[in-house]
Write a protein of this length. Structure first.
Length: 114
């Protein structure tokens, strides 16, 4: 059974930082492209950052230079380091694993507010 379990969300002030984690089980982690998506109220789910099994990364324009995605194969975990957070980053953040099929985590809420 595939499980993606996110953690690290919460309430942070503008300009602050958070690190999200996603622990994977039930998949051969090194064979999967891992990604973070987010969905704000009333908006469609959007890709935030993606990392291949080889470590290549890509980011949405809105987070370039502020967010960093990384992965630890030994821990089967993908991370999203979020710096210089803005109110418009407020959303539910979802972990995603992609190969021939894709799997989703349950989501973790990130709220950026003063």
């Amino acid at each position: 059974q595939v499980q993606l379990v996110e953690s690290g969300g919460g309430l942070v002030q503008p300009g602050g930082s958070l690190r999200l984690s996603c622990a994977a089980s039930g998949i051969i982690f090194n064979m999967y492209v891992m990604a973070w998506y987010r969905q704000a109220p009333g908006k469609e789910r959007e890709l935030v950052a993606i990392i291949t099994s080889g470590g290549s990364t890509n980011y949405a324009d809105s987070v370039k230079g502020r967010f960093t995605i990384s992965r630890d194969s030994a821990k089967k975990t993908v991370y999203l380091q979020m710096n210089s957070l803005k109110p418009e980053d407020t959303a539910v953040y979802y972990c995603n694993a992609q190969r021939l099929s894709q799997f989703w985590g349950q989501g973790t809420q990130v709220t950026v507010s003063s």
